[in-house]
Design a protein around this ligand. Structure first.
Ligand SMILES: Nc1nc2c(ncn2[C@@H]2O[C@H](COP(=O)(O)OP(=O)(O)OP(=O)(O)O)[C@@H](O)[C@H]2O)c(=O)[nH]1
Ligand SMILES: [Mg+2]
Length: 319
């Protein structure tokens, strides 16, 4: 018996990968591999590396990822469902942070394999409630010490000892998600641990997210890279229009800020800053979607959106 091939939801390529015929036999493996860890540890970089496709944005600033984003790889033997998650926030300051942490807690609940990833040079250990939650899991736990390329003080052995003490028996990998060292071995070990299960998603699906979401994230990545201090954290992006006409994509997005003063900063002198933002976002979006794009950006003040439950609901942050 063969799985029915999925139909393309729309003609935009790249969200979907090549169709494989997946035999629905008992040896097929599928499972959720949920990647958790502190902000800035390299979780999104690792997901992109293991998928070989950029589905999650990466910046040098902490708290870049705000949602749970699935990256799916299907072969004739397995379906690997990687969950990128927001970095663990110990003391949530806003309702937004609480909603981000809901994605983390959800990821603890449905993991078939849990990957806890930290920066090898960061001596902070997970907080005690997170340790207890991870220890209580019945699924395999893999610890990853990332950024091994920055380990000039040979911290690996010491950090391995610390983590084996916290999670006795857990497998530990020392990797560099950025440069790819140790990531093939990690992926192999993860796949070995997947349970036998039929695929959860169509074999040609790369992510659970929509084109609108992907575009909003591309714009948000550019905001994180182009603006300083509190600006990236005060911004959210909502794509309000996304359509294709004669092989060209037309998209419109709103950048939400909390205050009028932030709107002025986003726009810049004579619109120079927002123009740069638009150009960079469009270039990346065209590469991702494989089509030319017209992108219109608008800046809107949505007072205290980070604290506003109904605006957060609208943005897809679950309660
Ligand atoms: N040197 C080095 N830098 C890395 C490595 N992995 C990730 N980074 C960098 O670390 C920064 C954060 O990476 P992300 O992948 O966004 O980290 P994250 O854990 O997803 O961060 P949040 O989404 O904020 O929780 C980026 O500048 C990455 O390029 C690595 O192996 N070595
Ligand atoms: Mg991230």
């Amino acid at each position: 018996m063969k799985l029915k091939k999925s139909f393309f939801k729309n003609s935009i390529k790249n969200i979907f990968v090549i169709n494989y015929d997946v035999p629905l036999c008992m040896a097929f493996k599928a499972g959720f591999v949920n990647i958790l860890g502190p902000p800035n540890a390299g979780k999104s970089t690792l997901v992109n590396r293991m998928l070989g496709d950029k589905i999650s944005i990466v910046t040098p600033k902490a708290q870049t990822t705000r949602h749970r984003i699935l990256g799916i790889e299907t072969t004739s033997d397995y379906q690997l469902i990687l969950s990128d998650t927001p970095g663990i926030i110990i003391k949530p300051a806003y309702e937004l942070h609480k909603r981000m942490m809901n994605f983390v807690h959800e990821s603890l609940e449905d993991a078939d394999v849990l990957v806890f990833l930290t920066d090898i040079t960061d001596h902070a250990m997970p907080d005690s409630s997170m340790i207890e939650k991870i220890k209580a899991l019945s699924c395999p736990i893999i610890l990853c010490l990332n950024k091994s390329d920055l380990d000039t003080k040979n911290l690996a052995e010491e950090r391995k000892k610390d983590f084996s003490f916290l999670f006795p028996g857990a497998e530990i990998h020392v990797i560099s998600a950025l440069h790819g060292s140790g990531t093939d071995e990690l992926k192999k070990s993860i796949i070995e641990k997947l349970p036998e299960h039929p695929p959860y998603f169509d074999s040609d699906q790369l992510t659970d997210k929509t084109e609108r979401f992907i575009l909003s994230e591309i714009i948000r990545e550019k905001i994180f890279l182009l603006y300083a201090e509190e600006i990236p954290y005060s911004c959210e992006v909502m794509v309000t229009d996304f359509k294709e006409k004669e092989n060209i994509l037309y998209a419109r997005a709103e950048i939400w800020v909390e205050k009028e003063s932030q709107k002025i900063i986003i726009i810049g002198k004579n619109g120079s800053k927002i123009k740069k933002l638009g150009t960079q976002a469009r270039t990346d979006a065209e590469q991702f979607f494989g089509k030319k794009m017209f992108l219109e950006l608008y800046v809107k003040v949505k007072k205290d959106w980070r604290k506003n439950a109904s605006l957060l609901n609208q943005l897809g942050y679950q309660t």
